[in-house]
Design a protein around this ligand. Sequence first.
Ligand code: CUA
Length: 328
Amino acid sequence: MLERIDRTGGAAFAAVVLGCAGPQSSLEPAGRSAEGLSQLFWWMSAGAFVIWAVVTALAVYAAYLSRRPRGAKRVEALVIGGGAVFPTIVLAGLLVHSLSMLPEVLAHAPRGSQVIEVVGEQYWWRVRYLDGGRAIDTANEIHLPVGAPVELRLSSPDVIHSFWVPSLGGKVDMIPGRRTRLRLDPSRTGTFRGVCAEYCGASHAWMAFAVVVEERDAYERWLASQAGPAASPSGAREVRGAELFLANGCGACHTVRGTGADGTIGPDLTHVGSRGTIGAGRFANRASNMRRFIARPGELKPGVHMPAFAMLTDRDLDALAAYLGSLR
Ligand code: CUA
């Protein structure tokens, strides 16, 4: 931590003190509009500080330093100048500065940019890459190429969510019956955390996702692998897990492309093993967590629509977790 403070100086120090550094910080921007918002924050803070300092100085001066009675003219000038003119000028300047950022924040990504549809579900993120004529479905993890604008089309089937990746840009609501959009321009690689920023139900706080910004080659490789069908189960345990997956009706809600599972109620699991988390950012993607989640999703994530499969034996849960983990 100290090394970090040394390296990046005062702004980062303030961010650390405020608990605002890391993969989910609008004060450590990794995208163009986030950079603008971060600057705006510091300008607003500076403006607020200047007003606070002047008002405090005047109060101290009036209360302690100058006991002489003042003429009515001087008092009037002080009240109008310090109480109306000065804050009006500072606030108007900040307003003009912030409004001037709007056109860029609201701009569409240029034609030919990657379009990604993101649907807010209770409580996870349905993600669809529109790539030429094809649609590539995934969930709860978004990959973006560094240095290229992308257009996100945001919607929700039932309740209002809000899509927010603080490191990359502003937040935009996902509203039933409407389509909103957001342009992101990632400027450096890394894995950033996105969240739902609008209260949407019991597991609102467990509705997160990862945004992986990577070099163009790595991104293209990822997209090509996501477009393909699921890997065939290899070991005996994975084969057993695949059988259990279909026998227990998991395919009624989840799709695993290339198998009989074609449900669309829950997240697409074709490449679930490649994701960093399960349960929309709830847990690290490990077999032990997958087992727990399959057995008791509602205890770990209140309000989740997935039923519990606590009747399965430990061996069966192991096999299911192994199978899902192998879907990379
Ligand atoms: Cu979705 Cu809060």
